[in-house]
Design a protein around this ligand. Structure first.
Ligand SMILES: [Zn+2]
Length: 215
């Protein structure tokens, strides 16, 4: 389950974490969509998927943010199970929740596969991704993980470093490069197999923001 705190309302607040000010804001955003009846919501989702088709998208893109709010509301209301509208052209059904398959690439792709934008579960297991992408994605994820871990070093590990701040900054800069590499190489290759692909363009633990990832 993809429950990372991103500046997007994830439908529920993970129990272990306090609701942040950003969560509250996204909940407020989500309220305006909750006025949509089921059919209106289904049509809006279907039409927006049509507009997302054929391109790669940053997770931080406002259209993706709006879609994610609607998608998670649609998931809560089981809109796609009700089949109020047909799957938009070009989209296949996701096996996780039967919504149209819109995969999200995250740094955890190695162990977790591609994430479903609708239910936050694994939409495509890594080994089920076509072509030579499983190996390339696993390799990228394995290179990324130890760099990300710098943000989670405990006190003792930090003390062993001569200059932890510099090490943290260096890790953040490497991650900016990892994300840019994925966006320019791996994500377009994924787009050959899926109608649209979203990629996570931030690393909140290393304080890498979307605007730090330059393409
Ligand atoms: Zn799903």
């Amino acid at each position: 389950m993809f429950t990372r705190l991103v500046p997007v309302y994830l439908g529920h607040v993970p129990e272990a974490k306090e609701e942040t000010a950003v969560d509250k804001l996204w909940k407020e955003y989500s309220k305006s969509l909750s006025d949509f009846d089921d059919l209106t919501l289904a049509r809006w989702c279907s039409q927006t998927l049509g507009q997302l088709r054929g391109r790669t998208w940053r997770l931080s893109h406002p259209l993706v943010g709006a879609y994610r709010l609607a998608a998670q509301l649609a998931h809560d209301r089981q809109i796609w199970l009700q089949r109020l509208v047909n799957l938009p052209p070009g989209y296949l059904e996701a096996s996780c929740c039967r919504a149209p398959l819109l995969p999200l690439l995250t740094r955890d792709v190695g162990p977790s596969g591609l994430i479903c934008m609708h239910c936050n579960d694994t939409a495509v297991a890594t080994e089920q991704i076509p072509g030579d992408l499983p190996d390339a994605l696993r390799k990228w994820s394995e290179m990324y993980a130890p760099v990300h871990d710098v943000a989670h070093w405990d006190e003792e590990r930090r003390r062993q470093s001569t200059d932890f701040d510099a090490e943290f900054e260096a890790a953040a800069q490497r991650v900016e490069e990892f994300l840019a590499d994925a966006a320019t190489d791996l994500v377009p290759r994924l787009l050959e197999h899926y109608p649209a692909v979203v990629w996570e363009d931030q690393d909140e633990c290393l304080e890498v923001r979307p605007e730090d990832v330059l393409l």
